[in-house]
Design a protein around this ligand. Structure first.
Ligand code: CP
Length: 314
């Protein structure tokens, strides 16, 4: 592994998953890998889980971590190549990232999409610029289109809780009050469409089709209730439209995942990346039931990051 930005970087996903389970069973047993190493984390957007789990993962591995909130903690960064910097920006991204690379052995980066310019977002304009200027391995802490550490944590969670060799995993769109990125569902599809022991189904209202580069031919079922039948895992998430880029086409409350929905499943488990709008995306009754895996799923963010750090620092 040279960088970690998508499923493709995972290589042999079963080997990486097995390594994560080994590390989780002995979280402080690999400290020789992180000793005298520094993990840099730069956030262009807010975070609770990614920020804290990354620090904890570095700590578990015997490494140190620093965090920079770009813009808030640092100088205002200029992104445009060739800019005449006589305005409000104070430091060019090419200098900032090259300098930060001097202060760490691996760099984690979070950059959200604009949801206005699909071409710029889906070409990962900002993230790729950072990759270009970094002189150390780069980990995506969520980019404009993908959130691979979340998907890897989701895979660890499904592997831990599955009761049968093969499982049915359903990614369902859920309502929300705001327009959200497609990163988490794109990434979930990018990973789960490839897992040999998963029957993967995506359900959403018409108009919410994701980029086919990530869904890779996965089954799409527009009838949510039909999709839920026999499911072992329900992954709820809102996203805005990819085709009508960044638009909220529906806030249909019948898509809210409640107990009646879960009763259609095979005693299924409920997953969500968090943060979640309770009683908008999923009901309290489901989130506070034994079916909900949201807390152990968030806990696994430590082990997805620790495993990736282990691979990049070994
Ligand atoms: N799921 C997730 O990435 O959470 P944060 O945005 O809080 O990091």
């Amino acid at each position: 592994m040279k960088n970690f930005t998508s499923f493709a970087d995972a290589g042999d996903y079963q080997a990486l998953l097995n390594k994560a389970l080994e590390i989780k069973a002995d979280p402080f047993g690999y400290q020789h890998v992180g000793r005298n190493k520094t993990v840099g984390l730069i956030f262009f957007n807010p975070s609770l889980r990614t920020r804290l789990s990354s620090i904890k993962a570095a700590y578990n591995l015997g490494a140190q971590a620093w965090v920079l909130n770009a813009g808030a903690d640092s100088w205002t960064l200029e992104m445009a190549d060739g800019a005449v910097m006589n305005g409000t920006t104070q430091e060019h991204i090419k200098d900032a990232i090259a300098v930060m690379s001097q202060y760490c052995d691996v760099l984690g980066v979070r950059t959200f999409p604009t949801l206005k310019d699909r071409e710029a977002d889906y070409s990962e304009e900002v993230f790729n610029k950072i990759m270009k200027y970094a002189t150390v391995p780069v980990i995506s802490l969520e980019s404009a289109t993908l959130h691979p550490l979340q998907s890897f944590a989701d895979l660890i969670t499904v592997a831990e809780y599955k009761q049968t060799e093969r499982v049915k995993v359903v990614l369902t769109w859920a309502p929300h009050v705001r327009a959200l990125p497609q990163c988490v569902p794109n990434s979930f599809a990018d990973w789960f469409s490839e897992i040999s022991w998963v029957d993967f189904v995506i359900t959403h209202p018409k108009g919410y089709e994701l980029d086919e580069r990530f869904t890779k031919g996965a089954r799409i079922e527009y009838d949510q209730k039909k999709a839920f039948e026999g499911a072992d895992f329900i992954y709820a998430k809102n996203w805005s439209s990819y085709h009508d880029y960044g638009q909220v086409l529906s806030q249909d409350q019948s898509w809210l995942v409640d107990t009646a929905h879960m009763n259609l499943t095979n005693n299924g488990k409920l997953m969500h990346c968090l943060p979640i709008r309770r009683n908008v995306e999923v009901s309290d009754a489901v989130l506070d039931s034994p079916a909900a895996l949201i807390i152990p799923e968030a806990g696994n963010r430590v082990f997805s990051m620790q495993t990736v750090l282990h691979e990049l620092l070994s």
